[in-house]
Write a protein that binds this ligand. Structure first.
Ligand code: TXA
Ligand code: MG
Length: 345
């Protein structure tokens, strides 16, 4: 049985104790749940990889409580200072040259380390209580959808997970933006996220590059696996964030092309369809009532988790309008499926 901790002082003290003794604890963040361990305890971090089934070439993000914590792990620079002032605590991860103290396992042998100061109040309390840097990837089996509720974590890991800190549903629902600040003159977004590239560029006063999905998609998983060093973000394997049910991203007007009398298909519109449309089709779902992008982001993984457990044969989802979080949603969807509509039998 997984032991579940709440927000009371005694529970927090016990959860901190788990981490101090090399245990693994699922934790809430404002983005998605993470699978946390003491980042400087190599043995504990190895367990994270084992529980997730994550290849050792995929480095972990280290969560810290304050700037001093970040400074202990990474060689700080002016860009980091400006971005931390603007966006921390929050959904932004900074990749910086690592200091000796960080075990190579955590950074998958890279000379850089990813650090993030999360904003979730309960996780912040835990970070203060345990006074440790916490390595934490998203708390999902490797390649599967990220969890945005404690139930998702419990369902994915079952008995494998001994401890979970319950912080309720995650506020944002999409993983943090990862930005590489380790190359002089060349800041680059490695994973788009809630903090947009234009916001980062504005703060830095220099245009940030965006390592797009199309660039990663051109690289096969195998190539990424065999050629990790020097790759901007080894974790950006092509197929990622996927539900078990085949998922196809398709504009609504093309949905009929996928219909068949033998298939149960769930259809996800971006925005709630009108009554006429709803009465025409069954198994319709939507991400937002009125087009609010934060609501759409917040509910995306939760809905996919739910539909996955309902065992449809196929999930069709309309792309989000481009821009802001819509672009991030589309990027995640493009990685949640490597299936093209015409390859679905
Ligand atoms: O919102 C988030 O970032 C969540 C919560 C738990 O904080 N964490 C998360 O971790 O999404 P994970 O491990 O699922 O994704 C981390 C990403 C991966 O794509 C990984 O390759 C990249 O960050 N990353 C980590 N360290 C890196 C490094 N040193 N250089 C380049 N990319 C790195
Ligand atoms: Mg992940």
């Amino acid at each position: 049985m997984t032991r579940i901790y709440g927000s009371g002082a005694q529970d927090l003290a016990q959860a901190a104790d788990v981490l101090a003794h090399g245990g693994i604890l699922a934790v809430p963040t404002e983005t998605v749940y993470g699978l946390a361990a003491h980042a400087l305890d190599e043995k504990a971090c190895r367990r994270i990889f084992e529980i997730k089934g994550r290849p050792l070439i995929d480095p972990l993000i280290v969560h810290i409580h304050d700037l001093a914590g970040a400074n202990r792990l990474a060689h700080w620079n002016e860009w980091a200072d400006s971005l931390a002032k603007a966006f921390w605590p929050g959904p932004l991860t900074l990749v910086l040259p690592k200091k000796e103290v960080v075990p190579p396992l955590v950074t998958a042998g890279l000379e850089t380390v990813a650090v993030r100061m999360p904003r979730h109040p309960l996780l912040r309390k835990l970070l203060i209580k345990c006074n440790l840097p916490l390595a934490a990837p998203s708390a999902n089996p490797f390649g599967y959808l990220s969890p945005t509720r404690p139930e998702h974590v419990l369902k994915s890991f079952g008995q494998k997970l001994e401890h979970l800190l319950n912080g309720g549903p995650c506020q944002i629902g999409l993983e943090s933006t990862v930005v590489d600040l380790s190359q002089p003159h060349r800041p680059a977004v490695l994973r788009p996220g809630p903090v947009g590239p234009e916001d980062i560029s504005e703060i830095l006063g220099i245009e940030v590059l965006v390592e797009t999905e199309s660039r990663m998609a051109a690289t096969t998983d195998e190539k990424v696996h065999s050629d990790t060093r020097g790759k901007p973000s080894p974790g950006l394997l092509h197929k990622h964030y996927s539900p078990g049910t085949p998922l196809v991203v398709l504009p609504c007007q093309d949905w009929t092309s996928q219909e068949s009398p033998t298939k149960r298909i769930a259809k996800i519109a971006y925005r709630k369809p009108d009554q006429a449309e709803l009465s025409r089709s069954s198994d319709m779902f939507w991400l937002t009532e009125d087009g609010d992008e934060q609501q759409a982001a917040h509910g995306l993984y939760d809905l996919l988790h739910k539909l996955d457990s309902l065992k449809f044969d196929l999930i069709l989802i309309e792309p989000a309008p481009e821009g802001g979080l819509g672009t991030v949603i589309n990027e995640r969807l493009s990685r949640a499926t490597s299936l093209k509509p015409d390859t679905i039998g």
